[in-house]
Design a protein around this ligand. Sequence first.
Ligand SMILES: [Mg+2]
Length: 371
Amino acid sequence: MQITRVEPIHLRLPVVNERCDGSQETLVVKVHTDTGLVGIGEVDSSSAVARAIIEAPVSHKICRGLAECVLGQDPFEIDRLIHRMYEGTIFFGRQGAVIQAMSGVEIALWDLVGKATGQPVYKLLGGGFRKTFRAYASILFGDTPEETERIGRELVTQGYRAVKFGWGPMGQSEASDLAHVRAARRGLGDGVELMVDAGLCWDTATAIRRARQFEPYNLTWLEEPLHPDNIAGYGRLVAQSPVRIAAGEEICDVAEFQRMMDVGGIDVVQVDVTRVGGLGRSRRIGWDSAERHRLCVNHSYKTGINIAASLHFVAALPNTHYFEYCVEQGALRQTLTKQRFPVVNGDISVPEEAGLGIELDEEVVAKYRVA
Ligand SMILES: [Mg+2]
């Protein structure tokens, strides 16, 4: 089998606002082959930037677009192709958007290999340790504590047994931070797990203070209280926090994840398969976290492609049992794949079909495609 074309497809809703919801636009990647099989991947990045990184023509030997690096190659040779993309972009890559863009191509390669062999991707990755995961509903805080409480109550009636509130008003003031977390717990009641995503809003001393103040609300974890560059701050916070500290979704680099675990000391390692270079690198980071006896969870705020790829990823790890399941409303998240990944009794299941186990709704692709 040979790769004949890499097709980045930029999808975007007619109105995109500054709300912290990454599924208002996305970059889908189709990898076409001479057999007619097509693999599907997704990128979580600035979609226009990632698209250019894939399509860019060669400038010189270590300054090439990702598509050129894999054209004519065998999609089964995933490690070699990741290496070709990494080496072909050294001049402008190694971090950030280039690694994020690689994710889309790499995930499509796994989908292709799965389709060609008739195997679900989690088996190709060496899983599955588990087939169902506790789906925690992931949503932004309400604008007011009353709205946060109402959202929490509504999610419990929908059957979720864990809920994460994030970003929005967090960081406005001590009184407001506490009021929102108190309201979240009140809305959920005592029997439902609560996570809080602070959205990078505090300095180290404030984060240590909030972690202590949140202790009565029995958080499963406190997520991204600090800027991702403040690795030493994470180390101080973890040493003093009575609550588990989670982070990792801003990180693309394997060595940086290792520093965040070894110096930052984080308890929960959050990996986004559409940001870290795809499933192979996700697996590597996941096993690094397993060897350090940390909990690993997916980060997922994109479409059904990311959800499927993330399910295969976590199924292939021993140290995970939660699944981030975004419940923000949005046309791309809810309709791009024909599969809807239902949550039943609070749990989500890993696809068993060949490849990622997804099919795109091409009408949705055509409707939101950016020329
Ligand atoms: Mg987060």
